[in-house]
Design a protein around this ligand. Structure first.
Ligand code: F6R
Length: 607
């Protein structure tokens, strides 16, 4: 969603801000802008559309100066347009603000400020912050921002500059990430490390209600009471190449190819002696043994990872497991007791619905365990324990490698619960762990043979809808495959348990209608084939993901994509890979922007 970047130092700010905004593009946005102090005034340039349009609009002489803030906006209040793009300025144009999040009480504030004579020029919630700071400004920007923030209700990450205090950027946050760092030329602020990691790998992750004052000479930090503090510095150790495409045509393909590494890294050190080790889990084995219900919460792809885990936890540990979309969980009255374990899954670690669900679950007395990809993210910080998925930064909006990291992490958790509950013996656990580790090599095999996937993508030519069908874990894998197809190719793809087709969806089948089937699972194989026959008879073009050596499937499928033989429990890990590649191939054929699909944001920080 929205992205913030800021710089103050000895270099020209414009190039640094644009570079930062370009690295924030992956989050999804619909307009962009920068504000730079030129020694006299704050100059603002904003554009609807991509950062490239902002760059085109910026002339050589525009926005010169060494202190500035920039923003990519994903519209919430006010349509995507130039006037609603950030930065927003106050009446005098002396204050400029960029903001992530939502100011919930902006209407009241706007009315009050209007009565005081302020004139608004956008439809956004953010603009009230600029006017409020102007209203409260008595020669001290930090103090004005502190007073203003005490009047704000909602979520915000804010960076403010003031023409009367050259070279200074005041920053604060509540429920919206902000990172700050410095190099020998000056100080940087961003909503995401990826925007500043080329300048510095040592960053401060600002906490809620803390304030920072960035100047060319460094940054000073204050707590909510205005007392100076020494914040903890976090070292970012991921490879800087993660923010570059590394020779791949898009980030999605690069990230799909990273998946064998993600499996290996996620499993490294997890089998010690003969036991699964998840030290981060803050519960003792005895406490885990008392767990009698598991709730897994997440959104989108993370929710799908949870559905897979339900199957594994119930199979191996025999613990009843519920999986719920986070935005639904919090508005129900879930049955949570002290022996319920809540597992929150979130790649970004900042999804607003998942965070709200975590808070709700903790208030109800549950222990919450987070699975996230982002170190120090709100999900990590607000959970009782956390597993990091070791996917490294994921840039493409559509989750691929982080999904595999989530499934592998949840599989480990299921194995551990199986051990703790005494349902899996040592030999079984070791065998399962070894087979789980083998999926890394199996994914490598799949990535080397993609001709059948390219062929299958051709069956989507001129098609606007598709079904994805399978049974049991294959059905869940289909949900994730269909989500990928929808997100990046805009083909309407629906996943169904194969047995459900005849109860309604089959009415849509006509000549050439693509039906993608995951047909690898042993106990349900024959039944899935029968369901495929039903669609085939009605004209469907069948694309089957099948196990190497299965030649029977060729009788019903128009195109078979073979994957290595794998235990049913681990099939979602391997079968998801050709489904990711298929979605990408269809999207590329249709000329879609694979990494930045329309209307979508990488981190969904609004509820
Ligand atoms: C799909 C996708 C989204 C996210 C969802 C949750 O490819 O990326 O569906 O999975 O928005 O995001 P996180 O995992 O960051 O909480």
């Amino acid at each position: 969603m929205c992205g913030i970047v800021g710089y103050t130092g000895s270099q020209q700010a414009k190039g640094i801000l644009i570079d930062g905004l370009q690295h924030l593009e992956y989050r999804g946005y619909d307009s962009a802008g920068i504000a730079v102090f030129d020694g006299k005034d704050i100059e603002v340039v904003r554009r609807q559309g991509k950062v490239a349009e902002l760059v085109a609009a910026l002339g050589e002489s525009d926005c010169t100066g060494t202190c500035g803030i920039g923003h990519t906006r994903w519209a919430t209040h006010g349509a995507p347009s130039e006037r609603n793009a950030h930065p927003h300025t106050s009446c005098s144009d002396n204050i400029a603000v960029v903001h992530n999040g939502i100011i919930e009480n902006f209407n009241e504030l706007r009315e009050d400020l209007t009565l005081k004579g302020h004139t608004f020029s956008s439809d956004t919630d953010t603009e009230v912050v600029a006017h409020l700071v102007e209203d409260l400004y008595r020669g001290d920007l930090l103090q004005a921002v502190q007073e203003a923030s005490s009047m704000l209700v909602g979520a915000y990450g804010i960076a403010v500059m003031c023409a009367e205090e050259p070279g200074k950027i005041v920053i604060t946050r509540k429920d919206s990430p902000i990172v700050i760092g410095s190099d020998e030329t000056g100080s940087y602020v961003a909503s995401d490390i990826v925007a500043i990691v080329r300048a510095t790998r040592d960053v401060v992750i600002l906490e809620d209600n803390q304030f920072a004052v960035a100047t060319p000479d460094g940054v000073t930090y204050f707590n909510r009471l205005g007392k100076p503090i020494e914040p903890e510095v976090t070292h970012v150790d991921w490879d800087i190449d993660v923010a570059e495409r590394g020779g791949y045509p898009d980030f999605m393909l690069k990230e799909i190819h990273e998946q064998p590494r993600v499996v290996r890294d996620t499993l490294a050190g997890r089998m010690s002696g003969q036991e699964i080790v998840i030290d981060e889990l803050s519960l003792t084995r005895q406490e885990l043994n008392f767990v009698d219900r598991v709730y897994i919460i997440g959104c989108g792809t993370s929710y799908h990872a949870g559905l897979i885990a339900k199957n594994l936890i119930e199979t191996w540990a025999r613990i009843p497991t519920e999986v719920e979309v986070a935005s639904e969980f919090r508005y129900r009255n879930p049955i949570i007791t002290p022996t319920t374990l809540v597992v929150a899954v979130s790649q970004s670690g900042e999804t607003a619905d998942t965070l709200a669900a975590i808070r709700d679950a903790r208030i109800r007395g549950a222990k919450v365990f987070g699975i996230t990809n982002v170190i120090g993210s709100p999900v990590a910080r607000e959970s009782d324990g956390v597993i990091y998925t070791k996917a490294n930064k994921e840039i493409a909006v559509a989750s691929t490698k982080s999904f595999i990291g989530q499934v592998v992490s949840l599989t480990l958790m299921a194995l551990m619960l199986g051990r703790v509950k005494g349902k899996l013996n040592l030999a079984q656990t070791r065998l399962l762990f070894a087979e789980l580790a083998d999926t890394a090599e199996q994914i490598e095999d799949i990535l080397q043979n993609t001709e059948a996937i390219e062929e299958a993508a051709r069956l989507f030519e001129g098609k606007s809808s598709a079904f994805y069908i399978g049974r049991d874990l294959a059905s869940i894998t289909c949900h994730e495959g269909a989500l990928k197809m929808k997100e990046i190719s805009y083909v309407h793809a629906e996943a169904y348990p194969a047995g459900e087709m005849k109860h309604g969806p089959i009415a849509l089948i006509e000549q050439g209608f693509p039906v993608v089937a995951v047909a690898t699972q042993s106990p349900t194989y024959d039944k899935t084939i029968s369901n495929l026959e039903e669609s085939k008879t009605r004209g469907a073009a069948i694309i089957a993901i099948a196990t190497e050596g299965d030649t029977d499937i060729q009788k019903v499928a128009d195109q078979v994509i073979y994957i290595p033989r794998v235990r049913d429990s681990f099939m979602p890990i391997t079968a998801s890979v050709p489904l990711q590649l298929l979605a990408r191939a269809v999207a590329v054929n249709r000329g879609c922007d694979v990494d930045q699909p329309r209307n979508l944001a990488k981190s969904v920080t609004v509820e």
